[in-house]
Design a protein around this ligand. Structure first.
Ligand SMILES: Cc1cc2nc3c(=O)[nH]c(=O)nc-3n(C[C@H](O)[C@H](O)[C@H](O)COP(=O)(O)OP(=O)(O)OC[C@H]3O[C@@H](n4cnc5c(N)ncnc54)[C@H](O)[C@@H]3O)c2cc1C
Length: 291
């Protein structure tokens, strides 16, 4: 299939891109890596009248860490993050998840901003953004605002972005010492979207008790599923195998997977429990070494 006819503008500045979006609203789409948008246009699932190519706006690229926050430009490509060893040390959850996202060719072009804006419920990074308590910065020609990742994802393929807005930055708080991370997923083949994926983070205090815990899933809801409350029973305790099993049982009860052609809802529920136990166990072991 070929896309429906469209106009193309290569924006040279953020101001120009935002002015065009203000003028054309929902009729216009930003073009980042094109790895979701172009296939959707070729299938005619998306028919934007105008494409605003943001690839020439250098200020939207790159990673900067200042004080307790790392800021990622939306045009930063998966491959750039994968090559950045310092970034992987700061955010091991993202480092561990990146090889699961699609294939090298797609990671060479795909961007973190395009990924979050596309809001595929099976996608890894939205769940990780929720687990890491990221904030998403949003700008239009008239205003700027910031939203917690947990509030940014509204439903499948739908975010809080308004017709005139662009995602302009992802802000990640640095993690405390004695924090362990683990990302795991089950997919039919390497590079496929996850049937279920889990991001777990465990922080220990000086007495080896859990002082903070994060648990978020992809693939089992319309948006990333924050299962932090199910893991809350670990807080204040030194986690045991029994406690991990209790959290897994609680996760199985709280989630409502829809199932798909690749997995029934019951199978997804089962997998979510198994992955919960494994990911929490691994994150807990890693917390002793702070990674
Ligand atoms: C074969 C294949 C396998 C894949 N497997 C996976 C996978 O396993 N996991 C996974 O997570 N993804 C997967 N993807 C999707 C891939 O990760 C996409 O690259 C990503 O979802 C979109 O990023 P992009 O930069 O290509 O965005 P684009 O395709 O350019 O844009 C996507 C959407 O976001 C909008 N947009 C882009 N940037 C912004 C911005 N800054 N502000 C506001 N709106 C914006 C666009 O207008 C468009 O609506 C796969 C894709 C393919 C083709």
């Amino acid at each position: 299939m070929k896309p429906a006819p469209f106009k193309y503008v290569a924006a040279t500045s953020l101001e120009q891109a935002l002015a065009l979006k203000a003028q054309h609203g929902d009729e216009a789409k930003f073009l980042a890596g094109g790895q979701s948008l172009i296939p959707a246009m070729n299938f005619r699932l998306a028919r934007p009248a105008i494409l605003i190519d943001i690839n020439g706006i250098e200020s939207l690229c790159g990673v900067r860490t200042f004080e307790a926050t790392t800021r990622i430009g939306p045009l930063t490509r998966y491959a750039a993050l994968q090559r950045d060893a310092a970034f992987a040390r700061l955010f091991p959850l993202i480092g561990e998840a990146l090889p699961h996202i699609a294939h090298p060719q797609i990671r060479n072009r795909g961007t973190i901003g395009g990924n979050l804006s596309h809001a595929d419920p099976a996608s890894e990074l939205p769940a990780i953004a929720v687990a890491l308590r990221a904030r998403v910065h949003i700008q239009s020609a008239k205003r700027a605002r910031s939203v917690a990742a947990a509030d940014f994802f509204v439903s499948a393929l739908t975010t809080d972005l308004k017709a005139d807005e662009m995602l302009t930055e992802i802000a990640l708080p640095l993690q405390s010492a004695r924090t362990g991370n683990c990302f795991m997923e089950v997919a039919r083949r390497r590079g496929d979207f996850a049937i279920v994926g889990v991001a777990a983070q465990v922080t220990l205090d000086d007495h080896n008790a859990c002082s903070d815990i994060r648990l978020a899933f992809c693939g089992i809801g319309e948006t990333p599923v924050d299962a932090g409350p199910a893991a809350g029973l670990l807080i204040g305790h030194s986690p045991t195998e029994t406690a991990f099993r209790e959290v897994a049982a609680s996760v199985r009860t709280m989630i409502e997977p829809a199932g798909s052609v690749h997995a029934t809802a019951d199978y997804q529920r089962h997998l979510a429990g198994v992955l919960t136990e494994r990911a929490l166990r691994t994150a807990h072991q890693r917390a002793h070494h702070g990674r």
